[in-house]
Design a protein around this ligand. Structure first.
Ligand SMILES: [Zn+2]
Length: 313
């Protein structure tokens, strides 16, 4: 079954873990691409991830390098820029940004630049506070800043989908009340089932759905259980069912956040049986076992993500 996984930190991996463009091309071609192809990926949300330590020129260099790497694989990869790009035989890559901490002035110009480069999904914040917004580790009373409000407007105008994953509650509601475009949580699960601070409350899930968005189920074990076990993978189906029950199946998607390639400290963060691109199809059998129909599984694994990305192309 086709997989569209909305979140993988490929852009930052290809900037921080190798030093030259040539090495990055080699890494993508030997480490990432074979796994994505083996896992039956239709498309992946390739994130340039910034934890807040990077300035704007570093952010630009990361995003540019990722695009250049992908352009070196014209027979295997298509950067998603128009609706029928998803129907291409090649692997689709939706360019995304996670955390805009390097943007400390003129957010509209930064967003224009990102949009011209082909960025289709962006989150203002990672987990900390920045000049635009406040992540889950920030001050509870702090939400979007005036610059952050300008950024939301610019993202709407440039038809870039706003990603609320990592936002604190106040920033989440600020973005909800301001945005005129779709909202997405690329990689978050349900707080009602497991009280991880990055998971979304039922009210947040309903609001994202009302804005036409989707929630990408994340395959990182602390988002699902207090300890990692063989069975943690089955919790993913419970979270899918919960989102479907309180909103509808149209709003469930995937955002696995695989990190096996992202340094040793992250290597065991994912689930047993769902820990790397090539294992992505294992989610299909888990959804089947839970009782989802084939139609519903297709919606979760690719169609819902395709719908929301196509809506802004
Ligand atoms: Zn993240």
């Amino acid at each position: 079954m086709d997989i569209i996984d909305l979140h993988a930190d490929l852009g930052s991996d290809l900037f921080t873990h190798v030093s030259t463009l040539e090495e990055a091309i080699n890494r993508f071609g030997t480490v990432h691409l074979p796994g994505l192809q083996q896992g039956g990926y239709r498309a992946v949300g390739g994130a340039s991830f910034f934890d807040g330590q990077q300035d704007w020129p570093t952010m630009q260099a990361t995003m540019m390098r990722f695009r250049r790497v992908l352009q070196n694989f014209p027979e295997d990869v298509v950067i998603i820029e128009k609706p029928d790009d998803f129907d291409d035989d090649r692997l689709g890559v939706v360019l995304t940004v996670e955390g805009m901490g390097g943007v400390i002035e003129a957010p509209a110009a930064a967003v224009d630049w990102m949009s011209r480069l082909g960025i289709k999904i962006a989150s203002l914040q990672w987990s900390e506070e920045n000049a635009l917004s406040t992540g889950i580790n920030g001050d509870l009373r702090r939400g979007l800043t005036p610059l952050g409000k300008q950024a939301v407007k610019a993202l709407n105008e440039n038809r870039v989908i706003i990603d609320v994953s990592h936002a604190n509650v106040r920033s989440f509601y600020d973005m909800m009340s301001l945005t005129a475009g779709p909202i997405i949580a690329t990689h978050s699960n349900c707080f009602a089932l497991h009280s991880h601070p990055r998971n979304l409350t039922d009210e947040q899930i309903r609001l994202i759905s009302e804005h036409g968005g989707v929630i990408g189920l994340v395959a990182v074990w602390p988002f699902l259980e207090s300890s990692k076990s063989e069975d943690t993978i089955y919790r993913l189906a419970e979270h899918a069912a919960h989102i479907a029950e309180i909103s509808s199946i149209e709003h469930v998607a995937l955002g696995f956040d695989f990190m096996d390639y992202y340094g040793e400290s992250n290597a065991s963060a994912n689930l047993k049986g769902l820990s790397t691109f090539s294992e992505a199809q294992n989610c299909v059998s888990v959804f089947k076992q839970y009782g989802f129909s084939n139609d519903d599984i297709q919606k979760i694994t690719s169609l819902n993500a395709k719908r929301i990305v196509n809506s802004i192309l």
